[in-house]
Design a protein around this ligand. Sequence first.
Ligand SMILES: [Zn+2]
Length: 418
Amino acid sequence: SVYFNVIIWYIFLFEKVLGFFPPSVEEISKDGKSWLVCTSCLPFCTCICLLSALHVLHFLPLPGSEIAVYEGDILLRRGRRSAINCDSCLWPKSQDGLVKISPGPLLFLAITERSWIADALQEISTLTCVQFVNRTTETDYVYVERGCWSYFGKIGGRQAVGLVKNGCMDKGAIQHEMNHALGFIHEQARSDRDRFVKIMWEHIVAGNFGKMNSKNLGLPYDYSSVMHYGAYDFSSTPGKPTIVPVPDPSIPIGQRDGLSNLDVAKINKLYKCNCCSSVLPKPKGSFSSVNYPSPYPNNSNCLWLIRIRRSKIFLQFEAFDLQRSSDCSSDYIKIYNGNSKSSPVLLDKYCGKGPLPSLVASGSTMLVEFASDESITATGFRASYNRGFNLKTQRYLAVRNICIPIDVHNSLHKQVLP
Ligand SMILES: [Zn+2]
């Protein structure tokens, strides 16, 4: 339709300048203003006038409407193509060190749609210092609309972002669009992308695979980013990939399960957050306190988000030694049945050298929190997780989806049990 408009516009000019269809258009003066009047060939000229006006509105740089769509889902304003190289495109930090973004009312959405969005944004809030709060008096805020698109970085005022559409309801897809609003480009548009992927230009619908002069934050290229295109996105030829990882073409790209570990690190670095957060997205793995088995530092506060696709999570501690205190108010481990600190508690503050806890989440996410105060440390903990029972973890007392080993549960500190 753009090209059609251009053609119509030139027919209009041709007609007007050369009098190709005289006397179809003439200018008359009325109240000192110029008016275009179609005097003959009325239907044809009316059509041309309307299309031309639409064309002018669409292409002339008008204040507040300098918008172009880029790479399929990014709305760009003129002069804002420098990726995350734009300090004024970042959301401001409040005095408490948090970046607060008001998502605006979500009232027009169905309850399930709202819960998907809340879940996706909650994960960003849990792992970074970017917090989504209800709007009060903020003048700059995002406004959730239907669609699957976003502006790039903060543009000021009420800023729409499309989060609700088929194909845009995966947690990672919602986070993808919100990440654009936070100032992030597509991963495969990074300035150094040619070292990591090959763009298959011969299979591409034009215009979606440009490279940008990006600020890469000193962090590695991330195949598992929610900001990375999938191998077949925008392919012009069915079955032919548009992006191939190099040198190993089998590396998966384009996941939309949720923020990757590096996605979290990049948000925390761009916004100078003081957060110690990790994502554990593999079906099984292990993790430990900082410096383990050497003593963990004072004033440490770390989160691990375990996220397994379509599976329950089983977590077992293999070593545990934290400073003992009454109510475990000094150093502690706390575990949530979900992806945020507002999720139900699986294991309340736990410390000392007690029996090794084992737990199971009812869903596919589990959040582990570790905190230490300003004095006295210990060697810390080491834990492993997987998606199934094994012989070691079969003896469980299951209470409201909370599974505690039978020989452990009587001695847990502040354990949440009926
Ligand atoms: Zn995008």
